[in-house]
Design a protein around this ligand. Structure first.
Ligand code: AMP
Ligand code: MG
Length: 484
């Protein structure tokens, strides 16, 4: 029976400097530990009736699906502010699969061995870090936030050394493409104008085909990417997501969350929260994220200048105008987003002031970001911390007054709020417990339980004790790693 792969590989129509042909490193003892049936269905793939060993051979890279044309992609990027040549050091683009609805998906292996871009890396991935990407990508998806998908994880049977020995695994990842700001940086720095033009045209035809008739395609692309990335970071801010490594090579042109290795969700509200072990200066802290997106857009703009206008001055001015607009647009949309979290239909002075007071209160008391909005909606169901806090209860009654006097009342507000305020987010202590048990002890019960909760994040009646009672000390010491 056919699985339903339908490959149509177009990236390889770009000049050869954009990629290198590669082969996955053969796995020793392939074993599929996770297969995402929801995503498989979306892709039009059917694995029922396929031998377990065949599935494992496919997702470990030992036996490629028909139509695959494996390559690794070249790109560069600014890592923590510094330009570097990079490329897929541990990833292989298996091919582009067309789903039944016509949507194109990159199918990529992560952790399948060395490539010409590996530098000193081993090209491998630990099971632990691939499980983390799987869990978080599912969480983001169900929260309604654009993100790369995780189709499967297969253990390779090969050990990976990271201070200690870990089981190695391959994650099969989907993305609307893996074109990054860093891909444009690579072309701008190392390739000629003709090749840069090819990348520009390819990106537009793949992601923004409606721009192909635009008078100034490069400028329009910049505007569209700015809009997509603004929406993305707004969504991250909504749920307390901290990407952790927002280097330009980890910024997708499509506006999907990608390469969120050291990511984590913020529990106690603190704008300077940063968990990543390598983010020493907290460059990618929670509240810095919108500014970093703007910084990354400026880098993207720089790669497009010669296509925006022959006159360098004019090109710079036009690009700068787009980049400068990001901040006021973000601030406006942030108010709209926070407004929804509070059930406001529109934001005037009185609503904006209440938002500010709430933010202040959360920061001063280090209140839990997720729980605060749930407590505002239903204080009776909230923990004592909220109910016995005079300032919070005063805020709550002022908020209720606004909702009743200036909006359509409590009932309507609660409906809006429910869609914006998740109940289940990946709580760091639960994520760690699930990953540790699965990766070190082959026990997936906690992982599947958490995954099930994260797949319906807005459901009201999840076990509060479990999802909302967060050990305060845990996050103070919590450190995440890039997952290499
Ligand atoms: P990341 O921070 O995961 O986005 O990775 C940054 C860069 O390092 C990318 O070019 C990766 O391909 C590369 N890289 C990460 N881990 C490894 C590894 N184990 N082996 C080779 N290259 C790697
Ligand atoms: Mg990356």
């Amino acid at each position: 029976m056919s699985i339903g792969w339908n490959f149509d590989n177009t990236f390889t129509q770009l000049p050869g400097k954009f990629y290198s042909a590669v082969k996955p490193f053969p796995a020793e003892k392939p074993e599929t530990v996770l297969l995402n049936h929801r995503l498989a269905k979306e892709l039009g793939l059917d694995f029922s009736g396929v031998e377990k060993s065949e599935i494992a051979a496919m997702f470990s890279g030992a036996n490629l699906p028909e139509g695959a044309d494996p390559i690794s992609q070249a790109y560069a990027g600014h890592q923590f502010g510094h330009f570097t040549m990079l490329g897929d050091g541990r990833a292989i683009l298996v091919g582009e699969h067309i789903a039944p609805g016509g949507k194109r998906f990159d199918i990529q292996f992560k952790g399948s061995g060395r490539t010409p871009y590996s530098r000193s890396g081993d090209g491998r991935a630990t099971l632990y870090s691939m499980l983390r990407e799987y869990l978080i990508s599912e969480a983001l998806h169900h929260l309604g936030i654009p993100a790369t998908g995780s189709l499967a994880i297969a253990k390779t049977g090969l050990p990976v050394f990271r201070e200690t020995m870990h089981p190695g695994a391959v994650l099969t990842r989907t993305a609307s493409s893996h074109i990054r700001i860093g891909t444009f940086e690579y072309a701008a720095r190392f390739l000629d104008t003709k090749d840069q033009q090819r990348l520009l045209d390819y990106t537009i035809s793949r992601h923004y085909p409606y721009l192909s008739e635009s008078e100034n395609k490069a400028l329009s692309l910049l505007e569209q990417v700015a809009e997509k990335l603004l929406n993305l970071v707004l969504e991250w801010m909504r749920v307390g997501f901290i990407h952790g490594v927002m280097n330009t090579d980890n910024m997708s042109i499509s506006g999907e969350s990608i390469d969120f290795g050291p990511c984590a969700f913020m529990n106690q509200f603190n704008p300077s929260t940063a968990f990543s072990s390598v983010d020493i200066n907290k460059r990618y802290a929670f509240s810095n994220q919108p500014g970093i997106i703007q910084w990354n857009l400026a880098i993207f703009a720089g790669t497009l200048l010669s296509f925006i206008d022959d006159d360098k001055q004019k090109a710079r001015e036009a690009a700068e105008a787009v980049v400068q607009q990001f901040k006021p647009s973000f601030v406006e949309q942030w108010h709209g987003m926070m407004g929804k979290k509070l059930g406001f239909q529109s934001i005037e002075k009185i609503e904006a002031e209440l938002i500010e007071r709430l933010i202040d209160w959360m920061e001063k008391t280090e209140a839990d970001y997720t729980n605060t909005f749930l407590a505002l909606a239903k204080p009776d169901e909230a923990s004592e911390t909220f109910r016995t806090n005079e300032n919070f209860m005063k805020l709550r009654s002022d908020w209720k007054f606004i909702i009743e006097q200036h909006h359509s009342g409590l009932e309507e507000a609660l409906k809006v709020m429910q869609k914006s305020n998740p109940v289940a987010i990946p709580r760091n202590h639960l994520v760690e417990e699930a990953l540790e048990k699965a990766s070190a002890h082959d026990d997936y019960t906690s992982f599947h339980k958490l995954l099930a909760q994260l797949q319906i994040p807005y459901k009201k009646d999840w076990d509060k004790e479990e999802l909302q009672k967060v050990p305060a000390d845990f996050d103070r010491e919590y450190t995440t790693f890039c997952g290499t």
